[in-house]
Ligand binder design. Structure first.
Ligand code: IPM
Ligand code: MN
Length: 356
């Protein structure tokens, strides 16, 4: 097949991990005889520098026209000074919103070869296989913001329709898995959470009676994720809770650098990005973990291009690299020397080519 992929490397380690993920997409195209065109556009801080806008019109247009978007990371101290007129993160939020990418899928699975990479005990994390479905275009991220000399406020709003559509995405995903859905809210305090819980109850009872539904308060969920993570299958939650809990859940897998994500709307369009940020502290050193970006490319193959065999082949190649012990510094391999970003990418690519 032919596919046009818009690539937004962004800032910090974004470009470094995207080089590897792009190479893997080319590797897949070669092995399975597809024609993928990958075209890079300025985004985030890099675009503030070149276009005075974190999401220039030309970049947004290329995103709208593409079959899928592969994104690195945005942000950094250079653009995050307190009085900055515009921040890189605004470009990311606007892109999600403009493309209607309301459902953010963040799978967390503990690979057997990496059980010792986590700070948590083997008996707690072995066999963990869960997916967060984070609402991505609503809530406190997008509510009205106010600031005066003595106070500040961020408004959190959810509509019934916003809750319905995200719950449907999560429930449909649960249907392809272990049929268990955990909805996370703070309904003992927040009005938006009470609405969230009511709507979730109704949608699940009417449309998904075959899925077990459980509600959990967000503070309790934060604890149970560490106490008994294996019990979770699909978790659905609002924007801010999802942001926080997915960084926490990343530590089950061993490192934030391992986690991929897909941000989907209606239809096939999607934004694929690793969960990690731009990590300015290690940028430019060639040591960033490219696996989260590469696994995001696998999600792109699966969800936007509908190339399931190709997605599975790429994931298998990443798992082969794990099994061969190819670990970047963040995957903590005591005593062993860490692989560079390029070495980790090359390990994945060599498996792809060998099996071709
Ligand atoms: C993420 C990031 C973003 C978010 C930032 C960079 C705006 O942390 O994708 O999790 O908060 O959504
Ligand atoms: Mn985050």
């Amino acid at each position: 097949m032919k596919a046009a992929i818009t690539v937004l490397p962004g800032d910090g380690i974004g470009p470094e991990v995207i080089v590897q993920a792009s190479a893997c997409l080319h590797g897949i195209a070669e092995r399975f005889h597809h024609e993928f065109t990958l075209t890079e556009f300025p985004f985030g801080g890099a675009a503030i520098d070149s276009h005075a806008d974190p999401l220039p019109d030309s970049t947004l247009k290329a995103c709208r026209e593409a079959d899928a978007i592969l994104l690195g990371a945005v942000g950094g101290p250079k653009w995050s000074v307190s009085q900055a007129p515009v921040r890189p993160e605004q470009g990311l939020l606007r892109l999600r919103r403009e493309l209607g990418a309301f459902a953010n899928l963040r799978p967390v699975a503990v690979h057997p070869a990496l059980v010792d990479a986590s700070t948590l005990k083997r008996e707690v994390i072995e066999g963990v296989d869960l997916v967060f479905v984070r609402e991505l275009t609503g809530g406190i991220y997008f509510g009205e913001k106010r600031r005066d000399a003595r106070s500040a406020s961020d408004l959190c709003t959810y509509t019934v329709a916003e809750v319905e559509r995200i719950v449907r995405v999560a429930a449909q995903l649960a249907r392809t898995r272990r049929r268990h859905l955990t909805s996370i809210d703070k309904s003992n305090v927040l009005e938006t959470s009470r609405l969230w819980r009511e709507v979730t109850e109704r949608v699940m009872a009417q449309e998904f009676p075959d899925i077990t539904l459980e509600h959990m308060l967000v503070d309790s969920a934060a604890m149970h994720l560490l106490r008994r993570p294996r019990d979770f299958d699909v978790l659905v939650t609002e924007n801010m809770f999802g942001d926080i809990l997915t960084d926490e859940a990343a530590m089950l897998a061993g490192s934030l650098g391992l986690l991929p994500s897909a941000s989907l709307g209606h239809g096939r369009h999607g934004i694929y990005e690793p969960v990690h940020g731009s990590a300015p502290d290690i940028a430019g050193r060639g040591i960033a973990n490219p696996y989260g970006a590469i696994l995001s490319a696998a999600m792109l193959l699966r969800h936007s291009l509908k190339l399931e065999a190709e997605a599975t082949a790429l994931e298998a190649a990443v798992h082969a690299a794990f099994e061969a012990g190819v670990r970047t510094a963040d995957m903590s391999c005591a005593g062993k020397s860490a692989a560079t970003t390029a070495a980790a990418g090359a390990a994945v690519l060599s498996t792809l080519r060998r099996r071709g």
